[in-house]
Design a protein around this ligand. Structure first.
Ligand SMILES: [Zn+2]
Length: 348
């Protein structure tokens, strides 16, 4: 009896929590929409309010930073304020990126800044600047006050997701044509694939961290089997791209890259442990075994993911950015990823 009461109490609590979250999301969306309407129709707003990416905000990988830049470009259009381009100053290097030489890294940084460049909306050059780690409602109110006072500002934003995650359609209004075409040079024609699966394993021992980034193998297998059943011709051009090495690997990030790995599984402050891809388990129930692409230049990987006919995403900003660029593809989106999906994507 006591056990049943416990179960029902738990489910009532869970239900109330779900309702509370749904209600607060609804209220949040309503509030943001009201503020957006006032801001976007205010005279001269675009030369008073500017937004840009804070390149010094949080040291991170290519996917995370590219997603932030695209989201901030979209946020500027959503609010009808001016977008300003910022240069990425550093990117976390993964052990399998093949960018071990300092000159490789400098060249890579140059390519990334060239690919993810959007035009400035205005030519203003004297405004106050303010760094914001998480851009949310209160900053929309600050924008309104600035507009009323006629004082110009540029917000340097690290994370715009408190607002953008409420309206994922913001991404759909960003013109990614030039990004996609600049990426094409990194891919040789023959590497254009029908079905590409992104398998993001993350660092450390995946079996010791089952709730980490990796998606259960069974979920991948069911999704891939379903795709191949409907389109058996995809078998010939089917690959898995992964950050997992093919054998156990210990990686020693350079001193100026250590910050990128702090707090991640398998990192002790100096050395990062990378466990190999468990292909026996991953391919066990798969009707057809794909070719495996482990690591490589991230721009090449991004180009391959963003040109496939079908893309099965990982819980990863890298996948997310590739999916945004790949307008023609059928996108399979993991239902438990923390950034909400764009409407046209299929969940799995
Ligand atoms: Zn301006």
């Amino acid at each position: 009896m006591g056990q049943w009461r416990y179960v029902s109490e738990c489910s009532v609590k869970a239900l109330l929590w779900r309702w509370f979250r749904a209600l607060s999301k609804l209220l949040g969306r309503g509030l943001v929409l009201c503020l957006k309407l006032i801001i976007s129709h205010y005279p001269r707003q675009s030369c008073l309010i500017h937004v840009t990416y804070d390149a010094n905000g949080k040291f991170d990988g290519l996917g995370a930073q590219a997603q932030r830049i695209i989201a901030i470009r979209g946020l500027a259009s959503f609010l009808n304020v001016s977008y300003r381009q910022s240069q990425i100053s550093q990117i976390a290097i993964h052990p399998l990126d093949g960018l071990s030489m300092p000159s490789d890294y400098t060249e890579y940084l140059g390519h990334v800044n060239n690919v993810f460049a959007f035009k400035d909306d205005c030519n203003c050059n004297s405004f106050e600047e303010k760094s914001i780690a998480d851009f949310h409602y209160s900053h929309l109110i600050e924008i309104l006050l600035r507009l009323l006072g006629g004082r110009s500002i540029c917000f340097r934003i690290t994370h715009p997701f408190e607002i953008v995650d409420l309206f994922p359609s913001i991404y759909e209004h960003v013109d990614l044509t030039s990004v996609t075409s600049k990426l094409e040079i990194f891919r040789e024609d023959e590497s254009k694939l029908d079905l590409v699966v992104h398998y993001r394993q993350g660092s450390g021992n995946p079996s010791a961290n089952p709730l980490g980034r990796a998606i259960e193998h069974q979920r991948y297998q069911q999704t891939i089997n379903k795709i191949l059943l409907n389109s058996p011709q995809f078998r010939n051009r089917f690959s898995i791209m992964t950050d997992a090495p093919l054998g156990f690997l210990e990686f020693h990030p350079s001193k100026d890259q250590l910050n990128a790995w702090v707090g991640l599984p398998g990192f002790d402050g100096k050395t990062l442990q990378m466990y190999p891809l468990d292909s026996n388990s991953l391919f066990d129930q798969m009707d057809y075994e794909p070719s495996v692409i482990s690591g490589g230049n991230p721009l090449v990987c991004l180009s391959i993911l963003s040109s496939a006919k079908v893309l099965v995403m990982a819980k990863s900003s890298f996948s997310f950015v590739a999916a945004l660029m790949n307008k023609e593809a059928i996108i399979y989106y993991p239902k438990d990823f923390w950034h909400p999906r764009v409407r046209s994507w299929v969940t799995y």
